[in-house]
Design a protein around this ligand. Structure first.
Ligand SMILES: Cc1cc2nc3c(=O)[nH]c(=O)nc-3n(C[C@H](O)[C@H](O)[C@H](O)COP(=O)(O)OP(=O)(O)OC[C@H]3O[C@@H](n4cnc5c(N)ncnc54)[C@H](O)[C@@H]3O)c2cc1C
Length: 476
């Protein structure tokens, strides 16, 4: 099958999936008032694949069918392919201002990551590698939307772990494995065709918790419990929350049979941690690209806010410097990672993992300050900017015209930008955005610990020793 249309994608979601929102079962995620907006956004992304004006930006020729398929499934072996895929991610990220983390091309990077490590999987069981190869083709040719999760539910570490129902294998059968338990957060899950499980990235796992697999979202025994919706029923004045609430769900498995052909890895805890990092390497790159696009949008908001208010004072310039510096720093990390790209054991080109990790650490650490800069530049207008429904009232519109617009015809443009700023930096949609950046690819603390453990500090230590010796030698 070639790339799907938006309508075909939406039809695939009407499959009787078990989704709950606000305590009630959702009959059809494409029609529910708090889910339909994002379903339409995703359908629009599918339609873009057919837009002739984009040429082959989003699609490539399938290596098996020759049909156009999503470029997200490109397994780069050259710099040109790597950068072409980056352009695709940038294009899609800019459409949503970097607020949607899990468009289908994100998950494609994880399936590609599984494919890249198939030699490691084959060393454990050749069937796993065959399953991953077949799954990549299944997703690529079916143009599927996927969701995934690895993290377990946060819990009191003093209570024995086996008292909690973390997702694990409870039975091995000839036809597959039976899994039972829960995963903490799967973004985009109500809008996915299939669910991909990866094992958690925390220490102290038991072998039955090491399970990588995929199943369709409508599989018997699989339930999705959505968090509260952040979607706004009306798009006017709410450009982000109207269409970009991708949702996050608990995923509950009640003795679900995973067919043997969809099991990708089982059991060995000592292999799993290294494996997970390799599988996610293109996903981490995707996150940094998307965050750079979000940085562009936030810097643009700050620049406009300052311009509309005619502010050229020192405090404003310092805030703008911070916004521009953040954007350029993320771009610099991306460029450095691409320039220092490495070839994996699987034979594919990946951006330098150290620079990608450091870029993500920088992006997440500085994100709250960037939001603060936007708030400061916006002043109280971020709170008070009237919405289109306010302006639809003739009395309020007249008051706005007389008291706020006055001699400045750009005032209504400014309010539109401030309403956008509100969604990024102040309301519940923005709060979830910040949480997403903090946590979506694992706790920042663990990312930093891993970086400190794995960083090649030998050249740095050598330099320090040489300098110290120079002192001992008396400066020669
Ligand atoms: C909006 C959102 C969307 C998400 N989407 C997805 C998704 O699509 N797929 C998916 O797999 N996951 C997703 N996640 C979950 C994410 O993977 C986890 O939140 C992440 O791995 C962190 O795990 P945790 O929440 O259990 O927090 P923890 O690991 O418990 O960390 C919580 C806090 O405790 C700190 N901490 C942890 N361990 C220690 C320690 N030993 N000492 C001191 N401090 C410590 C951390 O630094 C962190 O600040 C999402 C999360 C959010 C918030």
């Amino acid at each position: 099958m070639a790339v799907r249309t938006g309508e075909e994608f939406l039809a695939g979601l009407r499959d009787g999936r078990r989704v709950w929102l606000g305590g009630e079962r959702v009959a059809d995620v494409t029609a529910h008032p708090e889910l339909a907006g994002f379903a339409r956004t995703l359908a629009g992304v599918y339609d873009l694949q057919h837009d002739p004006s984009l040429g082959d930006l989003l699609v490539m020729e399938s290596p098996t069918s020759g049909e156009p398929v999503s470029r997200g499934y490109c397994l780069p072996t050259s710099m040109d392919e790597l950068l072409r895929r980056r352009e695709m991610i940038e294009h899609l990220s800019r459409l949503t201002g970097g607020t949607v983390g899990r468009l289908p091309e994100y998950m494609a990077t994880i399936v590609a990551g599984l494919y890249d490590v198939r030699a490691v999987l084959a060393a454990e069981n050749p069937e796993y590698a065959e399953n991953v190869e077949a799954y990549l083709e299944h997703c690529r040719e079916g143009d599927l939307s996927l969701t995934h999760s690895f993290a377990d539910i946060p819990r009191d570490a003093r209570i024995p772990r086996d008292r909690f129902n973390n997702l694990r294998v409870v039975e091995h059968r000839d036809g597959g494995v039976v899994v039972d338990g829960v995963k903490a957060v799967a973004s985009l899950a109500p809008f996915a065709d299939e669910y991909v499980a990866l094992a958690p990235n925390r220490p102290g796992l038991s072998s039955d918790e090491i399970v990588y697999f995929a199943v369709p979202v409508d599989t018997d025994g699989l339930r999705l419990y959505c968090r509260r919706s952040l979607a706004q029923p009306t798009a006017a004045g709410r450009p982000l929350s109207a269409g970009f609430d991708e949702q996050d769900c608990w995923v509950v498995f009640d003795r679900v049979l995973v067919p043997r052909a969809r099991v990708f890895y089982l059991q060995r805890t000592e292999v799993h941690m290294g494996l997970l990092q390799q599988v996610l390497v293109w996903a981490f790159y995707h996150i940094l690209i998307r965050m750079a696009c979000k940085a562009e949008a936030l810097a643009g908001i700050g620049a406009l806010a300052a311009e509309y208010l005619g502010r050229e004072d020192q405090a404003t310039q310092l805030q703008l410097c911070e916004l521009y510096g953040y954007t350029e720093t993320l771009r610099a990390f991306l460029a450095a990672a691409e320039q220092n790209a490495v070839t994996t054991d699987g034979g594919h080109l990946i951006p330098n993992p150290t620079q990608i990790t450091l870029g993500r650490i920088h992006a997440v650490d500085h994100h709250p300050r960037i939001l603060q800069a936007v708030r400061e530049l916006s002043g109280s207008g971020i709170l008070m900017a009237p919405l289109p429904e306010d302006l639809a009232n003739p009395e309020i519109a007249a008051a706005v015209e007389a008291n706020l617009v006055g001699p400045d015809p750009r005032t209504l443009d400014r309010y539109r930008v401030l309403n956008l700023a509100w969604e990024y930096a102040c309301d519940s949609f923005g709060a979830r955005q910040l949480l997403f950046e903090m946590h979506n690819a694992g706790a920042q603390l663990r990312t930093k610990q891993r970086l400190a453990q794995e960083y090649d500090a030998e050249p740095l230590k050598r330099l320090a020793r040489d300098l110290a010796d120079r002192g001992r030698r008396g400066g020669t």
